[in-house]
Ligand binder design. Structure first.
Ligand SMILES: [Mn+2]
Length: 279
């Protein structure tokens, strides 16, 4: 759906990128992608690293895509006045105020983000799968949890909590009660994950193939699995590439995190937490 608007952006960014390149500046980033920061007041260095990323990198990009689980959890938009949430929202607002288009895809932890958050941050909430055409490339964007179909219990839970009726009933509860329920769910899910094999936690190959088929995209970017990688699949009519974003934790050593950028040249590059390009 967004293709015409994005195509126009692409042309503009290509011309201004060549102007910048002539001055010897870094090539312009058409879009940056991050996910799985799991921001939480108990992890202050991760929040600071996110702010540094926004200031040093996102501010200079044309578009920023937040691909899910920016927050460790989101109890509802009425929790935006909590100090940590407010700081994060304000930081995103500064990026959108600077003229960067900010897009949001919900993760499995922050799917209750709604219109009030979008308004406060200037972000546009996208429904997944979302196909963006950037620098002439058709790219499908998802968080990644919906492709983990081998985890039947999670898929059933996901179907329930994504129901508008369920969300309405949940959001009608007092905020303190919602936070209590979420704290209980987080404990349960930590225990459940310990018992599951690594294979079940990853995306399902057939689900990935059918998402490529359904969207006619050649590139996919997602997070969720915390298995940063670049996967290339050979096809009869050319290859498909799936990029997996890393999760972030800068409150442990070694610190981890990173992002993906697409340049005006159409090249997709992966960067580590230190902004060094990965191979
Ligand atoms: Mn996730």
């Amino acid at each position: 759906m967004p293709d015409p608007a994005f195509a126009m952006h692409d042309q503009q960014s290509t011309s201004s990128a060549s102007a910048k390149a002539a001055n010897g500046a870094r090539p312009e980033q058409v879009a940056l992608f991050i996910s799985d920061l799991h921001l939480h007041p108990a992890l202050p260095r991760t929040t600071q690293a996110f702010f540094a990323f926004l200031h040093d990198h996102a501010m200079q990009a044309r578009q920023l895509y937040l691909l899910g689980d920016l927050f460790e959890y989101w109890a509802g938009d009425d929790d935006i006045s909590a100090p940590h949430n407010r700081q994060v929202a304000d930081a995103i607002r500064r990026v959108s105020d600077a003229g960067v288009s900010v897009f949001w895809i919900a993760g499995n932890r922050d799917f209750l983000v709604g219109n009030d958050f979008a308004q406060a941050t200037g972000a546009t909430i996208l429904q997944e799968p979302f196909v963006a055409t950037l620098a002439g490339r058709r790219i499908v964007l998802v968080h990644g949890d919906a492709q983990c179909i081998d985890d039947a219990a999670y898929m059933a839970f996901r179907a329930q909590v994504r129901e508008p009726g369920w969300q309405q009933a949940f959001l009608a509860m007092p905020l303190a009660q919602r936070k209590k329920i979420i704290a209980g769910m987080r404990n349960d899910s930590r225990e459940a994950q310990r018992e599951k094999s690594c294979d079940i936690m990853d995306v399902n190959a057939a689900a990935i193939a059918s998402l490529f088929d359904a969207t006619a995209a050649r590139v996919m970017i997602h997070g969720h699995t915390h298995r940063p990688a670049r996967h290339e699949y050979a096809e009869d009519n050319g290859s498909r590439v799936r990029y997996v974003l890393p999760d972030w934790d800068c409150d442990v050593e070694p610190q981890r995190g990173g992002w993906i950028g697409i340049g005006a040249d159409g090249e997709i590059r992966r960067y580590g937490i230190d902004a060094v390009e990965l191979q």
